[in-house]
Structures are given as structure tokens and as C-alpha cells.
Design a protein around this ligand. Structure first.
Ligand code: IPD
Length: 276
């Protein structure tokens, strides 16, 4: 694909993201009507649906041959298979629980995959005006400035991000607790922003060294993957080896060495069903 084509895809997506971001910004401190999805802490609001529609309508008008995997379309029974066709993977509001509470860490996350490979990523938090972007081979940016991972190689000097997530699965909770118990005594600290995409952005900009989660979906990580790798970081399977994008598991880190230290120590959980 020509780089001018990628540029056109990027500019179109960015313009729509800015428009859609206004909906999130205008409504974050209002009362929302909340619907429950997979369990009592997995939410969807009218804003999630409107943002997704605005983005998919806008992109499909410009690029009629492109395909889409959207969080709310998938939740409503749409399918999530990733083919070689250009595919936009969209989380309209990543951090919906934050959005519902008015906690200012929610974002739009958009990744474009071509030939099943990440090509561009946009993560936009319209509340705090944080824009993270990356295009294949062209580096990662935060509000227009180039960013890099910290490069830290020592887990004992790391901030590690992890999440409670949006399921009440007791086995997953046990795994979470075991990992917390293993990490807290040896690392610098644990953090969570309540958005997988923004956690990945923190690793990309060198503010945190690692993030892992069992139970995320492809739309939570599709933009973050290329932003982290273009910032010089590593995105992989939390059990080691290359990322399995539909497995609902992810680990990203500031270096290969740090990723390996974590993968050797983590208690593993394999969420079902997969995204594909
Ligand atoms: C959620 C957020 C959260 C993570 C959950 C995700 P959503 O996405 O990324 O940080 O822990 O696993 O489902 O549902 O707000 O788009």
C-alpha cells in the first residue's frame, strides 16, 4: 500500500475521531442511561453506540471496501473475524465504566489492520485532550510529539499496569490476586487507568513499564499495539511468544527483557470464548 493511501486513511479517521470525541467530552459529567452487557459491571451507554455509528458510517462512506470490527456491533451479535481486507477495529468508548462515573480516562480507540497487520492506530481521550497516534514505520506520537518507551529492562524498577476488568469471573479474580501478590513486593508500583488503550499509551510514552490483562477484547488493544511497537516497545502473549490477537490476552512492555521477566512469573488465565 502506498504511504499516501495510509495518510488518507489516517486523516479521515482522525477527523471523525475528533468529531466523535466531542460527544464524549460534552457528556462525561452528565447522567447517563446505562445498559448492562455481559455482567453488572460491563456497561454500554447511548454515547458508545453513537460514537461507533459516527465512526463506522463516516469511514465506510469514504472507504466502501473496508471492513469493521466494532465493540458495540460485536456485542450486538456482529462478527469479529479478521481477514486480509483492510479492517478498522473500533472501541468507541474504551473505559465506559470511567465515562459513566465521570472519571476522566476514557478514549476512542481505532486500529486499522491491512493483511492482518497493524497499520495505524489512534487513541484519543477528549476529556484530557490526549491524542496518541502511530503509523507503521513512522513512530508514535503524543499530541504531535514523538514518544518512546522507557526502555527499562529490570522488572524490579517497573510500574506495572493491571485491571480488575469488566467480568466477575472468580477464577480470573484468583489469578488477578495471585499476580498482585507476586508483583507488589518486588516492583515499584501497580497502576490502572480503567482503559486498556490508555494503559498501553502509558507504556508507549514511557510513563509505565508494562501492562497485561486477561479478558480484554481485540478492540481494546488494536490501536495500542502499533502505538507501543512504534514507540519501541514489545506487545506479546502474556505466556510468552507472539501476540495472539483474538485470545483476549495481552502483555506489553518497555523492553523484551522486561516482557520475559513478567511472562516467566505471571499466573496465567485463558478467557473464553475467544474473539474469533
Ligand atoms: C474495558 C477497559 C478496561 C479493561 C476491560 C475492558 P470497555 O473496555 O479497557 O480497562 O479492564 O477489560 O473491557 O468495556 O470500557 O470498552
Amino acid at each position: 500500500i502506498m504511504s499516501s493511501e495510509i495518510e488518507c486513511y489516517f486523516e479521515t479517521a482522525l477527523e471523525l475521531t475528533k468529531q466523535a470525541g466531542k460527544l464524549i467530552r460534552d457528556r462525561i459529567s452528565e447522567n447517563k442511561i446505562v445498559e448492562i452487557k455481559s455482567c453488572d459491571i460491563d456497561f454500554v451507554t447511548e454515547t458508545d453506540k453513537q460514537v461507533e455509528k459516527l465512526l463506522i458510517d463516516g469511514l465506510s462512506k469514504q472507504f466502501p471496501a473496508h471492513r469493521f470490527i466494532g465493540e458495540e456491533t460485536a456485542s450486538a451479535g456482529g462478527q469479529s473475524s479478521l481477514t486480509s481486507a483492510p479492517t478498522w477495529i473500533i472501541d468507541p468508548v474504551d473505559g465506559t465504566l470511567n465515562f459513566v462515573h465521570g472519571f476522566p480516562h476514557s478514549c476512542i480507540s481505532i486500529g486499522l489492520f491491512i493483511d492482518c497487520q497493524p497499520t495505524l492506530g489512534i487513541i484519543y481521550n477528549p476529556v484530557l485532550e490526549q491524542l496518541f497516534t502511530a503509523k507503521k514505520g513512522q513512530g508514535a506520537y503524543y499530541n504531535g510529539k514523538r514518544i518512546h518507551v522507557s526502555g527499562q529492562t529490570d522488572l524490579t524498577k517497573a510500574i506495572v499496569m493491571m485491571e480488575n476488568g469488566t467480568s466477575r469471573d472468580s477464577e480470573r479474580f484468583n489469578c488477578l490476586r495471585a499476580n498482585q501478590e507476586m508483583l507488589v513486593p518486588v516492583i515499584h508500583g501497580i497502576r490502572s487507568l480503567g482503559s486498556a488503550a490508555l494503559n498501553m499509551a502509558m507504556v508507549a510514552m514511557g510513563a509505565a513499564e508494562a501492562y497485561f490483562e486477561f479478558g480484554i477484547h481485540i478492540w481494546d488493544i488494536a490501536a495500542g499495539e502499533i502505538i507501543v511497537t512504534e514507540a519501541g516497545g514489545v506487545v506479546c502473549n502474556p505466556a510468552g511468544g507472539p501476540i495472539d490477537r483474538m485470545s483476549r490476552r495481552v502483555l506489553c512492555a518497555s523492553s523484551q527483557a522486561l516482557a520475559e521477566q513478567l511472562t516467566q512469573k505471571l499466573v496465567q488465565f485463558y478467557p473464553t470464548p475467544r474473539d474469533d
